[in-house]
Design a protein around this ligand. Structure first.
Ligand code: ADP
Ligand code: MG
Length: 692
């Protein structure tokens, strides 16, 4: 081999063991895992230029080759190794601040070195700081392909990874798991050449297509990844259907009475989605439906009517919400609707006294409670349902996949409860399709009548006094005000402190008003007492941390002030703002910001000023943040795609979905073998994560 050594200092003999462990930490267990660990970028070591040329290029990364003419360790300003190389066109200094004794020897005078780095013009002339280098013999051939740079982890050097991947590539079974007919129809590249090309792209490759991942080799890999995901999701769907669910009859007596007793008419959109849900509940397999609707669109009453259908059919329903305030509010509202009709509603949250908790468990297990409303407490082991037929999850994106699964598993043997998830955050279609292949979506795209649009203004926070004036004026007109304290992600204590200070300041500035404070550290009873005072309009101004983010419903509150609005994300701001504009009074939202604003913050605040449409906001959010972050890591779990990009590869999702459908419906032994082979190649043991 012409390359005599690399710049990774040699390590002790334990190396193989420890690098295996390190590879495992990256999730690389099998040869195929390694083969599918694709480069994130490449380095071009295929060319050497002269030191003189490199000097002229300046700034760019370049590779030069020369013989060491000087090698010294200096101590000013700190210990460093300075190596000079010359190639006949000029001299170049290589500077190493961290180095091993072995490197000093390796780079002895007379040694031929290939160095790659950014050439800078320093005080002592041209130099490269910490270049990558190799000791070579004269005339050593240059690589003919680009050098892959892999995503790596701590202590795992590129040479070790490259070697492991190169070895794995010699051992794996390269059989193409996508049938030839499919490849031909979709003009997909073959698996083996595509993957090999991505590891070792030839020098003449279209580097742009490689970098932006539009090269046919990338397309093939992305297709495979998406196909695996679609196959897995569809299989999970079949398994779920095979298990069966209770058939919940069409709305009966309770549903009719309940609907008749409502103080309002359902909107057209509510009626439509209710019909969709009712039809699902009648099926002998579990519903998996997402109910999307902007804040204030009236999802709760729709879910309560779905619960009524379950109860009418003799089953229990459970509603889980992410925060205690939200859950309690649902409970109060739903109990007020249902209890007059003779339906027992149980309330369950972690903060209940032991005795009350036990009483709730008993009611749930005996079946006396037909409907249970609560927080995460609902998924505790101690909660046993008599016959759970319907699970409703509010603000579903705030729960982890595992939590939703646990609640769903509380059905009876052999039957899975129907599942209704609710969210005010719309999920773009491609995302919905990749994360839940079999999710049905219902959309409430209409607000109840009589709402007036919210006017949003952005105000520099040094005009706080004017804002306080405005709060005062609004309160004197009989309106109520939310004052939301800044989000301080790094420190809950600091956030609390800020809220307390703001409360004190406002109480002092507005002595004729009752100013309250609610935050996450309060005991539930204290929290409730404050919310009650606000609901009853005994309190005009409510200073709050983001605990009011979801679901709070006080129609008389029509002014909202959000401090340091630049710290919040778009969907958070939208949720917060949705707390006003619920009554007939014209509502106003004031976003206080601290200047100067960063680019993203500016875009967000502008979006808030321009639109109140949750779908439009979600679309812009996607634009600003990109889909990867959209649902958060918690939501996507291991299902996160590594290669496909949902923004640019939506068309591939459609193709993968169709192929998955064809393969599974063909049902022939060949097709099934293909499915198995493809899934085991791409998901290995990780399939479980996709089953929710
Ligand atoms: P969200 O979709 O944000 O959960 P809610 O279910 O909390 O919305 O409803 C917001 C408010 O609108 C509640 O006070 C609810 O009682 C009321 N509401 C719901 N549907 C209607 C309707 N069709 N007409 C009038 N008010 C309604
Ligand atoms: Mg709600």
């Amino acid at each position: 081999m012409p390359v005599a050594a690399t710049n990774s200092p040699s390590k002790p003999a334990r190396k193989t063991v420890s690098s295996e462990v390190k590879l495992a930490r990256l999730g690389l267990h099998t040869d195929m895992d390694l083969v599918l660990h694709l480069p994130m970028r490449y380095e071009d070591e295929t060319q050497v230029i002269t030191i003189e040329e490199a000097r002229l290029h300046g700034g760019d990364t370049s590779q030069v080759e020369g013989v060491v003419v000087k090698n010294e360790i200096t101590f000013k300003p700190r210990r460093q190794l300075l190596v000079h190389i010359a190639d006949g066109t000029g001299e170049l200094q290589l500077r190493f601040m961290n180095f091993y004794g072995s490197q000093v020897k390796q780079l002895a005078e007379g040694t031929r070195v290939r160095a790659r780095g950014e050439l800078k013009h320093g005080f002592f002339g041209a130099e490269m700081v910490h270049p990558a280098y190799k000791i070579v013999n004269q005339g050593a051939p240059l690589p003919t392909s680009l050098t892959p740079v892999y995503p790596s982890g701590e202590g795992l050097s590129q040479p070790v990874l490259r070697r492991a991947i190169g070895e794995a590539m010699k051992r794996v079974d390269w059989t193409d798991t996508v049938p030839a007919a499919v490849r031909a129809a979709l003009q997909l590249a073959d698996f083996e050449p595509a993957v090999k090309l991505l590891h070792y792209p030839p020098q003449q490759i279209d580097e742009h297509a490689l970098a932006d991942r539009s090269h046919p080799a990338w397309t093939r890999v992305k297709f495979d990844e998406l196909l695996a995901q679609q196959l897995s999701l569809k299989r999970a769907q079949h398994a779920r259907r095979a298990k069966g669910a209770a058939v919940l009859k069409v709305a009966g007596q309770l549903s009719a009475q309940f609907q008749a007793a409502l103080p309002f008419q359902l909107t057209g959109a509510q009626q439509r989605v209710l019909a969709e849900i009712r039809a699902d509940l009648r099926q002998p397999y579990p519903m998996q439906r997402l109910l999307q609707g902007d804040v204030g669109s009236g999802k709760t009453v729709v879910s309560a009517l779905a619960a009524a259908q379950a109860i009418d059919s003799g089953f229990q329903a459970a509603l889980m919400a992410p925060t205690e305030i939200l859950a309690e509010q649902h409970f109060r509202k739903i109990a007020a609707w249902m209890e007059p009709l003779g339906v027992k509603v149980a309330w369950l949250t972690g903060s209940l006294k032991k005795k009350d908790k036990q009483a709730a468990y008993d009611m749930i297990e005996s079946g006396e409670a037909r409907l249970v409303v609560g927080t995460h407490a609902l998924i505790q082991d101690a909660v046993v349902f008599a016959n759970l037929g319907l699970v409703i999850v509010d603000e579903q994106h705030r729960f982890g996949v595992g939590q939703r699964l646990t609640l769903r598993n509380k059905g009876n043997e052999g039957a899975i409860p129907h599942q209704l998830m609710m969210s005010a955050t719309p999920i773009p279609r491609t995302l919905a399709m990749t994360y839940y292949a079999d999710l049905e979506v219902s959309v409430i795209d209409e607000l109840p009548p009589g709402r007036t649009p919210i006017v949003t203004r952005t105000i520099d926070q040094n005009r706080r006094d004017e804002v306080i004036e405005r709060v005062h004026a609004a309160a004197l007109e009989g309106r109520q005000v939310y004052w939301v304290c800044p989000l301080i992600e790094e420190s809950e204590a600091l956030q609390l402190q800020t809220a307390t200070d703001t409360h004190a300041l406002l109480a002092e500035a507005l002595p004729d008003l009752h100013v309250g404070l609610v935050h996450g550290r309060l005991k539930p009873a204290e929290k409730q007492a404050i919310m009650d005072a606000f609901i009853a309009n005994d309190m005009q101004v409510l200073v709050a941390t983001t605990v009011i983010e979801v679901g709070v419903d006080v129609p008389n509150a029509s002014l909202m002030v959000i401090e340091h609005a630049e710290r919040f994300g778009l969907s958070q701001l939208h949720q917060l703002r949705g707390r006003v504009g619920r009554g007939s009074a014209a509502s106003v939202c004031l976003l206080l910001y601290q200047s100067p604003l960063g680019g993203i913050a500016k875009q967000r605040l502008m979006t808030m000023r321009e639109t109140t449409d949750g779908f439009e906001i979600a679309r812009r959010d996607l634009e600003i943040r990109g889909p990867g972050e959209f649902l958060g890591a918690r939501q996507s779990g291991q299902a996160m795609l590594r290669f496909a990009d949902l923004e640019t590869d939506g068309w591939l999702v459609d193709q993968a979905r169709d192929v998955a459908h064809e393969l599974l419906h063909a049902g022939t032994p060949d097709a099934m073998a293909t499915v198995e082979a493809h899934l085991s190649r791409w998901l290995g043991g990780r399939e479980e994560f996709l089953k929710v």
